[in-house]
Design a protein around this ligand. Structure first.
Ligand SMILES: Cc1ncc(COP(=O)(O)O)c(C=O)c1O
Length: 374
């Protein structure tokens, strides 16, 4: 047998790196769940083949929900839902369910994802973009607009971390009495957050929480009571899923189990606080390198820099060719997924919760060496 090849460092923006312990635990459950103390036949089967109505699956489902509250810090007043359709379906479900007659929906535009979210709202009714970072090429989070600009809105929507541009709200904004809706897809669980401020939060799981195909939504119970304006199909109503404990139809049972495994891992590491400290150290190391360099230029401005997606471009007359060379040498060095999003180019290192500090060290060494030789 040949020598096992070393695992590459995975900087993918999503689906993204998961902890090795999660792969192990998940692989076992694919073979056979073997739940201690569960003497049902299902507990001796694979997670992939048991009913979502079984006692064995229900224990996983309930544990996953409980960990969302405990580890991510979702308040008890919020209902936790496991949906499908990705964060992109939430772009539409949010306005379908939450907009109110005679009240516009308000959005803060911090890049491609918030634009897509606003687009779905515009198709349904009055929508106002109350602040935007477009003028500066989305290199920062704009100042919070005056409260009067959104005070009468059905809700105010923000994107907490902009996966493509690499900017992040250093703290979630306080929207006062206006329900705050947050797309947390790329920084949920990455640090302690004041989620009491959030009326509805959503996140595709495939960055910090698990595999693609499961979307975490949490919604304050009073918002569930909002009567939608116009007809909303049964499957697209939050109330359907809340009333049925996310088991109205067949959920992504495998995805929810992996999410449970990821959150149990985060808890064992010391929870969101420990994650936040580790994530900050990783991001600080990369930004320090970028700030010192004359070859690399960080995209995001201090104060708005993402701890999850670090973005930069290469400078010089032959920047495009240099970037290509950088990426191909990185690949040869076992550094995977550093290409920037197709819409902005350049490079991006996604360093979510599961990304090891060691990998950032290796990337920094590689980047210093590449610059020295350039
Ligand atoms: C911030 C943000 N919102 C939304 C999305 C879209 O998510 P999905 O592919 O789950 O629809 C992404 C995907 O990368 C994202 O990063």
């Amino acid at each position: 047998m040949g020598r096992m090849k070393q695992r590459p460092f995975n900087f993918s923006a999503g689906p993204a790196i998961l902890p090795p312990e999660v792969f192990e635990r998940t692989a076992e459950a694919v073979r056979s769940l073997d739940v201690p103390g569960d003497d049902s036949l299902e507990s001796r089967l694979s997670i992939l083949e048991i009913s979502h109505r079984s006692k064995t699956y229900d224990a996983i489902h309930q544990e996953a929900k409980a960990l969302c509250h405990e580890v991510i810090g979702i308040p008890a007043e919020h209902e936790v839902l496991f949906l499908q359709g990705g964060a992109s379906l939430q772009f539409a479900m949010v306005p379908m369910n939450l907009r109110q007659a005679d009240r516009p929906a308000a959005y803060i535009d911090t890049g491609a994802w918030s634009k897509k979210a606003a687009k779905e709202s515009k198709a349904l009714g009055p929508t106002e973009v109350v602040a935007s970072a477009a003028d500066t090429g989305y290199d920062r989070i704009p100042a919070m607009p005056a409260a009067r600009s959104y005070a009468g809105a059905s809700y105010l929507h923000v994107t907490s971390n902009n996966t493509i541009f690499g900017t992040e709200w250093s703290e979630l904004p306080d929207a006062g009495d206006t329900p705050l809706v947050v797309d947390l897809s790329s920084d949920i669980g990455a640090r302690p957050m004041v989620l009491e401020r959030v009326a509805l939060g959503y996140a595709g799981a495939q960055k910090n929480l698990g595999p693609s195909g499961v979307t975490l939504v949490f919604i304050r119970k009073d918002l569930l009571a909002r009567e939608p304006v116009g007809h909303v199909p049964t499957m697209l109503r939050y109330s359907t899923h809340a009333e049925n404990d996310s088991l109205y139809n067949t959920p992504n049972t495998f995805g929810i189990m992996v999410l449970r495994n990821v959150l149990a891992w985060v808890k064992a590491q010391g929870g969101a606080t420990a994650m936040g400290e580790r994530n900050q150290r990783k991001a600080d190391a990369l930004y320090a390198l970028l700030d010192e360099s004359s070859l690399y230029r960080p995209h995001a401005q201090p104060g708005s820099r993402s701890t999850m997606n670090v973005t930069w471009t290469l400078q010089g007359d032959d920047a495009e060719a240099q970037t290509k060379r950088f990426l191909s040498e990185a690949t040869r060095a076992g550094l995977s997924g550093l290409k920037g999003h197709r819409s902005v180019g350049g490079c991006r290192a996604s360093i979510y919760n599961a990304f090891p500090e060691e990998g950032v060290k290796v990337l920094c060494e590689f980047m210093r060496e590449f610059e020295r030789k350039a």
